[in-house]
Design a protein around this ligand. Structure first.
Ligand SMILES: Nc1ncnc2c1ncn2[C@@H]1O[C@H](COP(=O)(O)OP(=O)(O)OP(=O)(O)O)[C@@H](O)[C@H]1O
Ligand code: SF4
Ligand SMILES: [Mg+2]
Length: 429
C-alpha cells in the first residue's frame, strides 16, 4: 500500500489546508500561494454588505424544504435532504467508493488509528454527510482521499480509494495532483485561511481555472466572473477586484465554492464549510451548495458535527466514532429512528425549534484515544445499553433495518428509547 507516496505534501488538517503545492509562510506564519507572474497585489473596494441574493433562491432540502429560521435548527426528523438523487439507485456507478481505508499517525511507539477501516460510497449528484464528534477522524478520512494527510507522521496503511473506477491509494503523486482542484475539489471551514490575502478574488478564481484548463487570461477571467455569478455574488464583475478581507464571511465562502467549481469537479469535499458563518449566511451557503450539486450532478462529501446541518443537505449519513463508521443509512431514516445509541445521542444534542421544554442531552464522557482503543465496542464506556459481551470481540457494521447499517450488538428498535422503553417521541401526534 503506497500510502507514503500520496502523502508527500504536509498540510494543516483544519481549514488552512488547500489543494495548492507547498506554500511559503507570510509574516504571520500563514501559508499562501505566491502571486503569479503578471499579477500584483490589488486594492479592491471595501464592501462588506452581504447582499442576500440567495434570498431569491428556492429553499434547500428539496421541494418541501424551508430556510433554517433560527440560530440552531431542529433536526428535521423523517424529512432528510435528498430529493435530487436516489441513494438506492445502484445502477449508477459511484464517483467515490472507499473500502477499508486505514490512515494512521505513527508517533514514537504509538499508532493513532485515525481512520480505521472506513467505507464510503457517493454517487453522482449525491451528498453524503460525514458526522461525528471532534477527533472522530472526519477530516483525516477526507484528507486521505487526495493525499493531504501530513506525512510523516501520517500513513495510509490500507484500503482502497476508488475514484471513478481508479484506485487513488495506488496512484502516483502526479496523478493525485492533477485531480486535486480539478476533478476533486475542497471547500474548507475558513476561507480567509485558504484565499491569498493580497490577491484579488477574481484573480484567484482565474488561477484555479488556468491550473487545469488551457485558457488565456481573458477567457479565464470571463469564466471566473461567470462562476462568481453562479455562486450568487452580487455585482460579480466589480467583486472580481476585491481582496478577501474586503468581503463578508459569506461572500468569501462563496468565492471558495466558485474556486471549487472552477473545473467542473466530479466530487466536492466540504469540511465544515458553514461552521464559521452566522446562521443566516450558513443557511444561504448550504442552500447554494445543495442547489449546485443537484444542477451539476456533483457528488459531495459534507463533513460536519451538526445533525441539524446534515438534515438540510445530506441524502445519506455516515456517523463516525473513534475512527470508524458506526452507523450509516438514508438521512430520513437515521434522523427518525437511528439504530446506534451514539447516533441517537448525537441527534438528541440538537435543539428543536418550538420545543423549548425539551431536555438537551449531551453525550456524557469522552471518546477513547485512538492509540489505545478498547477491545469490542469503542463506545461501550459511554453507552447506556452496554452489556458484557459488547466489550469482547470485534463488532462489524451490519445491516439492521431499512437502509440502516450499524456497528452495535444491541441496536435500538424502531420507536425504542435508549433506556429500552418505548420512545416518548413516538407517542407525539
Ligand atoms: N497531525 C496529526 N498528528 C497526529 N495525530 C493526528 C494528526 N491529525 C489528526 N490526528 C489524530 O487523528 C484523529 C482524528 O482527527 P480529525 O482531525 O480527523 O478529527 P475530526 O473528526 O475532523 O475533528 P474536528 O471535528 O475537531 O475537526 C485525532 O483525534 C488525532 O488522534
Ligand atoms: S455494541 Fe453495546 S456498547 Fe456498543 S453501542 Fe451497541 S449496545 Fe452500546
Ligand atoms: Mg475536522
Amino acid at each position: 500500500m503506497p500510502g507514503e507516496d500520496i502523502g508527500e505534501e504536509p498540510q494543516p488538517l483544519e481549514g488552512g489546508s488547500s489543494h495548492h503545492s507547498p506554500l511559503p509562510a507570510d509574516d504571520s506564519g500563514n501559508r499562501h500561494p505566491p502571486l503569479p507572474a503578471g499579477i500584483s497585489p490589488t486594492r479592491g473596494e471595501i464592501d462588506k454588505t452581504e447582499t442576500s441574493a440567495a434570498a431569491d433562491l428556492p429553499p434547500c432540502g428539496g421541494s418541501e424544504g424551508r430556510a433554517r429560521p433560527v440560530a440552531r435548527p431542529g433536526v428535521r426528523q423523517g424529512r432528510g435532504g435528498g430529493q435530487g438523487t436516489n441513494p438506492d439507485d445502484k445502477s449508477v456507478s459511484p464517483v467515490l467508493a472507499v473500502r477499508g481505508l486505514e490512515t494512521e499517525f505513527r508517533i514514537g511507539r504509538s499508532v493513532y488509528h485515525a481512520s480505521n477501516g472506513v467505507d464510503l460510497t457517493i454517487r453522482p449528484g449525491e451528498c453524503l454527510g460525514l458526522v461525528g464528534e471532534s477527533g472522530s477522524g472526519k477530516s483525516v478520512t477526507a484528507m486521505s482521499l487526495m493525499g493531504l494527510v501530513p506525512s510523516p507522521p501520517g500513513v495510509i496503511a490500507g484500503g482502497r480509494i476508488g475514484f471513478k473506477g481508479e484506485d487513488l491509494a495506488d496512484a502516483p503523486d502526479g496523478r493525485i495532483r492533477a485531480l486535486r482542484g480539478g476533478a476533486v475539489s475542497h471547500v474548507f471551514q475558513d476561507p480567509l485561511a485558504t484565499l491569498h490575502p493580497l490577491f484579488a478574488v477574481g484573480d484567484q478564481v482565474v488561477e484555479a481555472i488556468r491550473a487545469h484548463q488551457p485558457l488565456g487570461r481573458k477567457a479565464a477571467a470571463e469564466k471566473a466572473r461567470d462562476l462568481l455569478d453562479l455562486v450568487r455574488i452580487p455585482n460579480a464583475a466589480r467583486r472580481m477586484k476585491a481582496l478577501p478581507h474586503e468581503l463578508s464571511g459569506g461572500l468569501r465562502q462563496r468565492v471558495s465554492i466558485a474556486i471549487a467549481l472552477a473545473n467542473d469537479p466530479d466530487l466536492i469535499i466540504a469540511d465544515e464549510p458553514t461552521t464559521a458563518l452566522d446562521v443566516t449566511v450558513q443557511a444561504e451557503v448550504l442552500r447554494l451548495l445543495d442547489e449546485l450539486r443537484r444542477e451539476r450532478r456533483t457528488a459531495v462529501l459534507f463533513i460536519t458535527h451538526d445533525f441539524g446541518v446534515v438534515s438540510e443537505i445530506a441524502d445519506k449519513v455516515a456517523v463516525m466514532y473513534a475512527g470508524r463508521i458506526v452507523e450509516t443509512g438514508k438521512t430520513a431514516e437515521i434522523l427518525a429512528r437511528p439504530a446506534h445509541p451514539y447516533t441517537r445521542m448525537l441527534i438528541d444534542c440538537v435543539p428543536v425549534m418550538g420545543e423549548p421544554e425539551r431536555r438537551l442531552d449531551a453525550v456524557p464522557g469522552r471518546p477513547p484515544a485512538v492509540n489505545r482503543l478498547p477491545p469490542g465496542c469503542a463506545f461501550a464506556d459511554r453507552c447506556p445499553r452496554v452489556r458484557p459481551d459488547c466489550r469482547e470481540g470485534e463488532i462489524e457494521l451490519e445491516p439492521k433495518r431499512g437502509s440502516l447499517e450499524a456497528r452495535c450488538l444491541y441496536p435500538l428498535g424502531p420507536g425504542e428509547a435508549l433506556s429500552g422503553e418505548a420512545d416518548p417521541r413516538e407517542a407525539r401526534p
